[in-house]
Design a protein around this ligand. Structure first.
Ligand code: ADP
Length: 562
């Protein structure tokens, strides 16, 4: 009968019309049993198989005929019998069904486990128990595996967020490696994780972080050559990922090391390259205690982990290089500042002496002075003044640089400050026949500033305006104010400044179009100092200019409250 029923579904297209006679419904029932995707069996009181369908026989790993009449105990795959016996006996003893209990056991045909859900029940005919037990069993391995996969994916996702956060916060390679080793291993449920980088010459591999590796092995393998027969060197060398799924894989690909891997307890490994701009900088290895096959999902997750690690390492490397460069520059700057401060100080003493002696000579204290000698003496004095102002400027700049400038703030009247600079620059303005206009500046305005520093800035701006404006040109000082700020505009009709030089002129020692044969024309420090002073007083110094038409420097300062 069973054989007949098994033959029925051979061609699903052939439709057999069944009669509703007893014989017909029996055939139908057999066909139903044989075709059902669920395992069905009937065991008698002695737990011997009385009826069984193909699906159930498959679970037991034998043909239907081989199962009939045999004890369920003999047929059960190892490990499954205790579960089956418990259920069967309980039903026999209590006459009550057990529904939907889930269990797992070894796969009878392949390696690995399978999962089932079963119901066991007393078989009754017209309400009378026939004395045997029926069992229906459904294979839910695919569902369980899918749920496992989903759980693993969710865990990986969650861990990868934690890792991403840790990598964003990482500012050194050490932080990056520590984060990857900790969270990467957890995300993949790995027993161990290592990050290995190639040395600068590319010939060696260095383990920079390891987790789940015995310390003696870690110490022994801290450094090895790129040609060493290890998964890490293979991947770092070729830039190709490597997945070793079992001890066999180890023995086949790395026979020299398979014993060590087994001793350490690593049966499977996923090793992915760390690539930066197409170049392999090292490898990331994950080790697992059990043989396993890596799903596509796991493989691509491991690759993503490698990419994240490589990017974060590169970012950390750049940050580290920047930090090192900055600290080097800071040291160099300190040395320079110290040098300038000492030199300026040392130079001032003999320079003052030169000025003093020249003055004595000029006064005729050491005898009468001829006209030619007086001429030379005045040149010496001019040079001495220039050199002294240069040195003073350098000292000023050093002080600003090292934040050693003190500001004595007070309420300063613009009128007074402008008067001072007009007086100081009057002779030069006249000598060049320049028009000088300050009428567009309200005399009542006051600013909060250090008066001496304000005068210094205005003097610098005005001297520049005079210096860079041809004879007969015009210079004007205008003022504007809003509630909090006063702006002083120093305008000239001079040579102007090219667009690309406009910001550079505020850098120390920058002089546009400087000619070495005109050494007396300034130091290139005035604007750098002026802007620093303006900012130090809570204001700023900016410029607008058109080449060939003139410039306008705007000094802004906090308005003094009335
Ligand atoms: P210095 O005037 O001693 O050279 P500054 O720092 O005061 O140094 O000025 C830097 C450079 O900016 C000058 O050498 C000049 O090239 C340019 N500059 C400054 N003021 C003017 C101006 N009013 N017109 C044109 N160029 C100017």
């Amino acid at each position: 009968m069973i054989r007949r029923a098994e033959a029925a579904p051979a061609s699903p297209k052939r439709v057999i019309t069944m009669s509703t006679t007893d014989e017909g419904s029996l055939v139908l029932l057999e066909a139903l049993l044989a075709s059902a995707p669920v395992g069905i069996a009937f065991v008698d009181r002695d737990l011997r198989v009385a009826r069984i369908n193909v699906a159930m026989a498959n679970v037991l790993g034998c043909a239907v005929e081989e199962c009939l009449g045999r004890s369920a105990r003999d047929l059960s795959p190892p490990g499954l019998w205790p579960i089956a016996e418990f259920a069967l006996r309980r039903v026999l003893e209590t006459g009550e069904s057990i529904h939907d209990y889930e269990f797992s056991g070894p796969d009878a045909r392949r390696e690995g486990r399978r999962y089932w859900i079963a119901s066991v029940f007393p078989v009754r005919v017209n309400g009378a128990w026939v004395g045997g037990v029926g069992a229906v069993i459904r294979d839910i391995t695919a569902r369980v595996r899918a749920a496992e996969r989903e759980r693993a994916q969710a865990k990986r996702r969650e861990r990868s967020y934690v890792l991403a956060d840790a990598l964003v916060a990482a500012t050194s390679s050490r932080d990056v490696i520590a984060a990857v080793v900790e969270h990467g291993a957890a995300a993949m449920d790995a027993a161990g994780c290592v990050v290995a980088l190639r040395s600068h010459d590319g010939r060696r591999i260095e383990l920079l972080g390891a987790r789940g590796m015995p310390t003696d092995v870690e110490a022994e393998w801290r450094r090895f050559t790129i040609d060493a027969p290890t998964p890490l060197s293979y991947v770092a060398r070729t830039g190709m990922p490597l997945f070793l799924e079992s001890a066999d894989d180890w023995a086949r690909h790395f026979p020299e090391l398979s014993g060590l891997a087994a001793d350490v307890g690593h049966r499977a490994n996923a090793v992915v390259p760390l690539m930066v701009e197409g170049e392999s900088i090292g490898a990331l290895g994950l080790a697992f205690e059990h043989a396993r096959s890596f799903s596509d999902d796991e493989r691509s997750f491991a690759m993503t982990l490698g990419r994240q690690c490589a990017l974060a390492l590169e970012r950390a490397r750049l940050l580290e290089a920047e930090r090192a460069a900055r600290s080097e520059a800071d040291t160099a700057n300190q040395v320079k500042t110290q040098f300038l401060a000492t030199m300026s100080h040392e130079l001032r003493t003999p320079l003052n002496a030169i000025g003093g002696y020249a003055e004595l000579l000029e006064l005729g204290i050491h005898g009468p002075v001829t006209e030619a000698q007086r001429n030379v003496l005045s040149r010496i004095q001019r040079s001495q003044h220039h050199l002294l102002s240069l040195i003073n400027n350098v000292l000023n700049l050093v002080k600003l640089d090292t934040h050693h400038v003190r500001y004595d703030f007070s309420v300063v009247s613009l009128a007074a400050a402008l008067e001072f600079v007009a007086e100081a620059t009057g002779p030069q303005v006249q000598a060049k026949h320049l028009r000088y206009d300050t009428s567009a500046c309200s005399r009542e305005l006051t600013v909060r500033a250090d008066p001496e520093k304000l005068r210094q800035i205005l003097l610098n701006l005005l001297s520049n305006a005079i210096k860079f404006t041809d004879e007969g040109g015009a210079i004007a000082i205008a003022c504007s104010a809003d509630r909090g700020t006063v702006r002083i505009h120093v305008r000239d009709s001079g040579i102007g400044i090219a667009d690309d030089q406009r910001e550079r002129i505020f850098e120390p020692f920058v002089q546009v179009g400087r000619r070495l044969n005109r050494p007396m024309e300034g130091t290139g420090l005035g604007l750098a100092i002026s802007r620093e002073l303006a900012r130090g007083m809570g204001g700023d110094l900016e410029v607008e200019s058109t080449l060939g038409e003139g410039s306008s420097f705007t000094l802004s300062l906090p308005r003094a409250s009335a």
